[in-house]
Design a protein around this ligand. Structure first.
Ligand code: NAD
Length: 422
């Protein structure tokens, strides 16, 4: 069988943010005007990003920053560099950030940014130039009490350092304007692994409640970047058998369990292709969806489990949305029909924004926390959100995504009413 990925649905805003929204809004009796308000962005900006390439040629990219909602606090959300990052996708992801910050009860709203560029083809100097030009053009929207970017796909600590430098040159030293910074520039201990760690905490709680083992449990992960690699490492430390992982170059399987610490060094730290690792059988990237497991964790792209792709055939006891929007609305329904629960993205992958919040508070107070404090507070936040969703889902007999959305919608709508008297 050729290893070509089925055509993925485009990540549209309606797709990402509208998945089950009406069902959740119906559950809490949300009035239609409030639904409308909460589906539209507060502010959306599109900019040009002109960059002089190393070849001497001038390239113009498109950049976006969307602030979806700021009723509960400053807008918060990552910046991704990706050829598919258009205004519609960025709006959908910004909306998800609003639900995520509300569900985790952190005092932020939702935002997202993106530059439509294939970062793999940029030199470090070109990447810096894209970042500085983009930051210049959206700087007026940013600020520690307005909108606080963070890393996302193909952006990292270095990109945040450039954003901070560009913003501070204009407005003065402002470490709290971005999170996910290098530690030496005011970053938080534990931020780099926070998303993977949060996913692991949610899996531990779910596994305990629904009798799916972590210790000895088989795990398959799509994506071995910041989220997937740290998650694999943390699960391996707790006895899980990580039997297959993939990256953009393909996948690797080993039924006995991969040697995760060595793979982490090879693929994450040394940035070499996963399938070139010597501790397993190299397979095509799409083949990981056929590997039976207890925990199936998409940790790369959106829309990978849909009607056309894998929803009917995956063999697992739980899908954990470590990536943003990996299961499409139709995929959701198919999995529900097959009795496979989906732990929704804005619960499962919220660890990153939680520790971003801790980083922001440390910056504002100029008082760094010890790592133990970061991890114990992260654990407390993730477990509280998990329990709220679990109890709501059980009491109202609804899927986890709808339960999580209903809780978040209720909180955001309450803040909107109190703030503006709508
Ligand atoms: P990253 O850029 O560090 O890593 C992405 C990984 O996905 C890489 O290993 C890449 O090779 C792999 N990949 C890309 N295309 C693939 C394909 N077709 N098949 C298999 N693997 C492929 O990104 P990240 O920060 O780990 O983010 C991954 C996902 O998690 C994204 O959806 C992101 O929005 C989401 N997320 C990230 C964070 C965070 O803190 N980094 C927080 C919440 C959600």
């Amino acid at each position: 069988m050729p290893d070509t990925a089925p055509e993925r649905d485009r990540l549209s805003a309606g797709f990402i943010a509208g998945n089950q929204l009406d069902a959740a809004a119906d559950l809490i009796g949300l009035e239609s005007s409030m639904r409308q308000l909460l589906q539209m962005p507060f502010r959306s900006v599109a900019v040009e990003v002109p960059v002089r390439l190393d070849s001497g040629e001038l390239a113009i990219f498109r950049g976006y920053r969307v602030q979806h909602n700021g009723a509960r606090g400053p807008c918060k959300g990552g910046v991704r560099y990706h050829p598919e990052a258009d205004e519609d996708e960025v709006l959908g992801l910004a909306t998800t950030m609003t639900w995520k910050t509300a569900l985790l009860e952190i005092p932020f709203g939702g935002a997202k940014g993106g530059v439509q560029v294939d970062a793999r083809h940029l030199s470090p100097r070109e990447l810096e130039s894209v970042t500085r030009q983009f930051t210049k053009r959206i700087a007026l929207m940013l600020g520690p009490y307005r909108d606080i970017p963070a890393p996302d796909m193909n952006t990292n600590q270095q990109v945040m350092a450039w954003m901070l430098d560009e913003y501070s040159a204009k407005f003065g030293y402002s470490p709290a304007v971005v999170t996910g910074k290098p530690i030496d520039l005011g970053g938080s201990l534990g931020r780099e692994e926070a998303t993977g760690r949060g996913v692991m905490y949610v899996m531990q709680e779910f596994g305990r409640d629904f009798d799916i083992p972590i210790d000895g449990g088989r795990v398959v992960i799509q994506g071995f970047g910041n989220v997937g690699a740290h998650l694999a490492r943390l699960l391996h430390e707790r006895g899980a058998r990580v039997i297959a992982v993939s990256d953009v170059d393909g996948a690797l399987v080993n039924e006995q369990g991969l040697d995760v610490p060595r793979l982490f060094e090879h693929a994450y730290q040394e940035r070499r292709p996963v399938p070139e690792f010597d501790g397993g059988e190299a397979i095509g990237g799409e083949e990981i969806w056929t590997v039976p497991c207890e925990w199936l964790v998409p940790a790369a792209l959106g829309s990978v489990i849909s009607r056309e792709a894998h929803a009917e055939t995956i063999q697992c006891r739980c899908v954990v949305e470590a990536a943003n929007a990996p299961v499409t609305p139709v995929g959701d329904k198919i999995l529900a029909g097959r009795g496979i629960p989906v732990l929704p993205d804005f619960l499962a992958n919220a660890g990153g924004v939680v520790v971003s919040y801790f980083e922001w508070t440390q910056n504002l107070q100029q008082h760094p926390w010890a790592l133990e404090k970061v991890t114990s507070e992260l654990h407390r936040k993730m477990v509280a959100a998990y329990e709220a969703v679990r109890d709501f889902a059980r009491d109202r007999d609804v899927p986890w995504r709808i339960a999580a959305l209903a809780i978040a919608l209720e909180r955001v709508a309450r803040a909107e009413r109190l703030r503006a008297g709508w």
